[in-house]
Write a protein that binds this ligand. Sequence first.
Ligand SMILES: CC(C)(COP(=O)(O)OP(=O)(O)OC[C@H]1O[C@@H](n2cnc3c(N)ncnc32)[C@H](O)[C@@H]1OP(=O)(O)O)[C@@H](O)C(=O)NCCC(=O)NCCS
Length: 196
Amino acid sequence: MSAPHAGERAGVSDGVTVRRLGSSEAANCVPALADVLIDCVEGGASVSFMLPMTMDKATRFWQTVADGVARGERALLVAEAGDGRIIGTVQLLLALPENQPHRANVAKMLVLRRARGRGVAQRLMHAVEQAARDEGRTLLVLDTVTNSVADRLYTRAGWQRVGEIPDYALMPDGAYCATTVFYKSLAGSEHAPSRR
Ligand SMILES: CC(C)(COP(=O)(O)OP(=O)(O)OC[C@H]1O[C@@H](n2cnc3c(N)ncnc32)[C@H](O)[C@@H]1OP(=O)(O)O)[C@@H](O)C(=O)NCCC(=O)NCCS
């Protein structure tokens, strides 16, 4: 695995900066990331958590993520507003079985409700795909709630829809929701390293 790109700047536009955090930064950002997660779950996002969403649940989750960043098992990206506050985040899960060294999963794309509809997620998506290339990963997989804003986002970003699984998970209030599985091949795209 290549070295972490701590503090690497992945893109700047409209005062919003997207960058990949190093492990100490990831640990320091746990409270701010917890605020983003709580805001999303309270806004109805199906992202592993049920209501009531608490600071304790959110903090424990992000501490686990920060530990994974320190072990090189995850890349953690954040979008920051001009004042440096975190308004969005996404992760690349790198710890996969040894027969899938070319693959990674994209997870936990989250943007604060007040920062939505300005292309922040689109920028995070672009940056996480570049982080995957930097790690030598050429096949990405993710899933998301069917017919959601995120579903449209991934389709726009050129991801291929694999199919839909009904009643896959629960919304934070307990209702079942379907998930759509997507993949994107980075093989042959710009800067993708060759394995052969
Ligand atoms: C899904 C999510 C990450 C999208 O974040 P976002 O920053 O609002 O996404 P974008 O701004 O890139 O795109 C959202 C919409 O704004 C539009 N948009 C983007 N830039 C825009 C701009 N400058 N002006 C107007 N509209 C714009 C996009 O076209 C898109 O429209 P659509 O929903 O009709 O397709 C956000 O809604 C979220 O955090 N949801 C809860 C968590 C979640 O479900 N995450 C997915 C887990 S897999």
